[in-house]
Design a protein around this ligand. Structure first.
Ligand code: HEC
Length: 115
């Protein structure tokens, strides 16, 4: 009788452990936000227009704020833009959602294309 109880306990324990492992594997599924290509024209440009102007409009009224009005000036400091938005230093006096931060990060990591 005791042997049967031990057998049942071990079987139950093995079942619990294996189902735990299964759950952990399920939680490990990570959705990569950079899986699809991020468009400069459709995503990044409008994002900069609504979050980085008027400070970065190149009129010289905001000292040391680099001009972000066109693709070439944005592309030239793309990795800096990624850094300051990831860290939350920019937009000054504002904030971006995680989705917006990811979009900038992915666009830069994908080569900051004029796409
Ligand atoms: C309220 C005004 C304001 C807004 C909005 C703003 N910035 Fe800035 N930004 C500044 C000023 C002022 C500086 C220069 C002084 C400093 O670095 O703090 C600056 C500097 C920067 C720099 C250069 C940082 C360096 O280390 O040289 C980058 C890149 C930048 N901003 C990107 C952005 C981006 C991208 C956005 C929009 C998501 C944004 N900023 C929104 C005012 C602003």
């Amino acid at each position: 009788m005791k042997k049967i109880q031990l057998f049942i306990t071990i079987t139950a324990l093995a079942f619990v452990l294996s189902s735990c492992e299964y759950n952990v594997e399920n939680e490990d599924v990570v959705i990569d936000p950079c899986e699809t290509e991020v468009s400069y024209g459709n995503v990044i440009r409008p994002l900069i227009d609504s979050n980085c102007m008027p400070c970065h409009n190149g009129d010289g009224n905001t000292p040391f704020a680099p001009d972000l009005t066109n693709y070439n000036s944005v592309q030239g400091i793309a990795s800096l833009i990624k850094d300051v938005t990831q860290s939350g230093r920019m937009p000054k006096n504002g904030s971006l959602t995680e989705v917006e931060k990811d979009a900038i990060k992915c666009w830069v990591d994908q080569g900051a294309l004029n796409n």
